[in-house]
Design a protein around this ligand. Structure first.
Ligand SMILES: [Zn+2]
Ligand SMILES: [Zn+2]
Length: 135
C-alpha cells in the first residue's frame, strides 16, 4: 500500500482516497490532455484523473475542478479509455465491480486478435473469468 502523502481530491466523485499516481508514458497531442503528464486513480470511482485537476486542490477550487473534469477532461478520457468489447464496461466500472466482489483488479483485460485494428479487442475479467484463473 502507498502511504497517503498526496493531497487528493477526486473531481469525479469528491473522494479523497486514491490508489496511486502514474506518469503517462505516451504524450497526447490533443487538448485537453496535452498538458497532462500524470494521473491519480481514485479509490472510490476508480477513474484515472489528471493530477493537474486532482492534486493539492484547495477547497475553494474544488467546484471549478469538478466542472473542468466533467465538461472538458471526462469526455476525452472516455474516448481513449480501455473498454471491454463484449459488455462495453469501461476499465473503472470493471475495477469497481471486481473490487466490490473481492476479486483482484490486476490484469482486468485480455486481448483477442482483431486484424482490423492495431490492438486486439479487449475482453474483461467479468465476461470471461475462467481465462484469468492462472493470474
Ligand atoms: Zn472518484
Ligand atoms: Zn466485459
Amino acid at each position: 500500500m502507498l502511504s497517503n502523502k498526496i493531497n487528493f481530491f477526486c473531481p469525479n466523485c469528491s473522494s479523497d482516497k486514491y490508489i496511486g499516481k502514474t506518469t503517462i508514458g505516451k504524450n497526447y497531442k490533443d487538448e485537453p490532455y496535452k498538458n497532462v503528464t500524470s494521473e491519480i486513480q481514485c479509490a472510490k470511482c476508480f477513474m484515472d484523473i489528471p493530477s493537474i485537476i486532482s492534486e493539492n486542490i484547495s477547497p475553494d477550487k474544488q467546484n471549478e475542478m469538478s466542472k473542468l473534469w466533467n465538461e472538458i477532461y471526462k469526455p476525452s478520457h472516455k474516448e481513449n479509455a480501455a473498454q471491454c468489447s463484449k459488455c462495453f464496461r469501461y476499465y473503472w466500472e470493471i475495477e469497481k465491480y471486481l473490487s466490490e466482489n473481492n476479486i483482484s483488479t490486476k490484469d482486468i483485460f485480455y486481448q483477442t486478435y482483431n486484424p482490423k485494428k492495431s490492438i486486439g479487442n479487449l475482453i474483461c475479467k467479468i465476461c470471461d473469468p475462467s481465462s484469468f484463473k492462472l493470474n
